[in-house]
Design a protein around this ligand. Structure first.
Ligand code: XMP
Length: 536
């Protein structure tokens, strides 16, 4: 997410992507997850990828033919609804006749039970949190799971009678039905969430389902992804030219190297310096990419333009929109100047795609992510999104496979709108410079303490308040900055990083001594949710 990735699905038509992006051309057997709105849907997709099997999320009401194409197993996700709600999401009933194995999780199990004639009752109390689970002896779904194990529950409704032909395969410690299954149909249900870490053997249950019950072998690897994607890009692009925005972050670097491998210098990466980058990043990034990745880069100095457009703007969403629009303009001008491009490559990742197919819809997007989704319409460019089937950590694996420098792959994510969303209030050149200095010191101290790779993302935020201090005999009235550092897997949830006190001490002392205009440093101890990683 280090670059303008598309939160919008606009123009998402051409899709050179290995691992199944081109619908109908999937080579490997995939697992389809139908999303009923669970906050854990993306985790199911992740866990199945971790089993070495390609997984894709679709809306609960996706077309059955589309669901069935190349699919070896279906998972029905959980969801916040009760099957008794009037607007409860229900899949097309013909999915139960496709002859494809199915696993219903929580709401998914209840929907399956109701559709196949079992009985679901509205629970009077919610079962929420950790719970003991006792699987039936020897069922393949629970191989490797002990007699009693801890699982994570989150449901109100309850299955009290499985459909005909189904057996009860496990109960919770309070005797409620927690798993059902029909070996004949290879349909199973779990009342608990195997995808969350609080379920002790959850991953094993998913492995059993995918490998043992559905017979799908592990077949996803970064190597096969690179091979197939390079081939798919060549097929799709033919002899044309591709432009892409390059920010120097992990995603755009991996994307550029991948496309470069496929079509060489017919890829034209454009690096837009918007004046909102980290200290010295413009030089750093360009040098690294040119020398280490051997890619020709078109550099555009648009610093003035962005800062002028942001003058006097304090509202976070307006800042994002202005930056997005300005970026599109610069990019458009540049692409016109270069001429001849037919394709635009975009570093969209899988979480963006999941968001756009979610039951909750893209409207549930919490922040409008800076993207270039508007470009294809105005520029008549076709879109390619070679990373759109990958999660962030998979992008890093692919980057390693491509031989990209660990320094580039290990960089902390950086948002498209840059420091503008870390300067609360008005964005001025002075405030950008002040934040760049403070941020550089914090990162330097983190590196010095050997913690950079243990932290998922760290940065400094400039607050729109001043505080009183005393320096020498003088009373000061100056800026406050906050240091933010988090642990995360994919940015969707995060926990604040327990920074050692001596590191905090050095950061604070150095920032206050070395950055003119700052007299107070705070440490942000909020997790996501309910906070977000960035402050705006
Ligand atoms: P939040 O603040 O939403 O951030 O918890 C999650 C991750 O996304 C990054 N982020 C962005 N990345 N364009 C991007 O490319 C954006 O507009 C944007 N906003 C947030 C953020 O840095 C964190 O890694």
């Amino acid at each position: 997410m280090n670059e303008p990735t598309g939160g919008s699905a606009a123009g998402r038509t051409a899709t050179a992507s290995g691992g199944g992006g081109e619908s109908g051309k999937v080579k490997r057997t995939r697992v389809v997850i139908l999303d009923f709105g669970s906050q854990y849907t993306h985790l199911i997709a992740r866990r199945i990828r971790e089993c070495g099997v390609y997984s894709e999320v679709m809306r609960f009401d996706a077309d059955p033919d589309e669901i069935a194409s190349g699919t070896g197993a279906i998972v029905l996700s959980g969801g916040p609804s009760s099957i008794y709600d009037e607007a409860a999401p229900k899949p097309d009933p013909s999915i139960y006749e496709l002859g494809i194995p199915m696993l219903g999780i929580c709401y998914g199990m209840q929907a399956m039970t109701e559709a196949l004639g079992g009985t679901v009752v509205r629970g009077t109390t919610r079962e929420y949190g950790p719970m003991g689970f006792l699987p039936t002896d020897g069922h393949a779904l629970f191989h490797g799971v002990p007699e009693t194990t801890q699982v994570w529950m989150s449901h109100g409704d309850e299955v009290v009678e499985p459909p005909e032909g189904f057996l009860v395969l496990g109960r919770s410690t309070d005797e409620k039905i927690a798993s059902i299954g029909s070996d004949e149909r290879r349909f199973y249900g779990l009342q608990f969430h195997p995808e969350v870490v609080h379920t002790e053997r959850g991953k094993r249950v998913l492995e059993n389902y995918v490998h043992e019950i559905c017979g799908i072998p592990s077949n996803w690897s970064p190597e096969s992804f690179v091979e197939e994607t390079v081939e798919a890009i060549r097929r799709e692009v033919g002899g044309s030219m591709v432009v892409c925005a390059l920010s120097g972050g992990v995603d755009s670097s991996v994307m550029a190297v991948l496309i470069h491998r496929a079509i060489g210098d017919r890829l034209v990466p454009i690096f837009v310096d918007n004046g909102l980058l980290r200290k010295d990043e413009d030089h750093d990034v360009i040098t690294r990419l040119r020398t280490k990745l051997g890619i020709k880069i078109d550099v555009v100095d648009a610093r003035r333009r962005f800062l002028d457009a942001l003058e006097g703007v304090e509202d976070p969403e307006r800042k994002r929109k202005i930056i997005g629009t300005e970026f599109i303009r610069v990019f458009e001008e540049e692409a016109k100047r270069i001429g001849g491009a037919e394709f635009l490559a975009q570093g969209t990742l899988y979480p963006d795609v999941i968001e756009s197919v979610s039951v909750k819809g893209p409207s549930a997007t919490i922040k409008s992510h800076h993207n270039v989704g508007g470009l294809p319409e105005t520029m008549n460019l076709r879109l390619i999104e070679p990373l759109k089937t990958l999660f962030k950590d998979e992008v890093r694996e692919v980057g390693r496979e491509l031989g990209i420098d660990p320094d580039i792959l290990g960089r902390h994510p950086f948002p498209g709108p840059g420091l503008a969303v870390r300067i609360l209030g008005d964005v001025t050149p002075e405030r950008v410079a002040l934040l760049q200095e403070a941020d550089a010191i914090a990162i330097e101290e983190i590196r010095r303490a050997g913690l950079y790779d243990d932290i998922w993302q760290a940065f400094v935020v400039l607050l729109p308040v001043r505080s009183v201090g005393v320096m020498g005999d003088e009373r000061t009235y100056e800026h406050v900055v906050a240091v933010r550092a988090v642990d995360s897997l994919d940015g969707m949830t995060a926990h604040w990083f327990p920074m050692p006190h001596d590191v905090l001490e050095r950061m604070s002392a150095r920032i206050i001594n070395e950055v003119r205009g700052v007299n107070r440093v705070c440490y942000d101890i909020s997790s996501k949710p309910p906070s977000t990683i960035e402050w705006e």
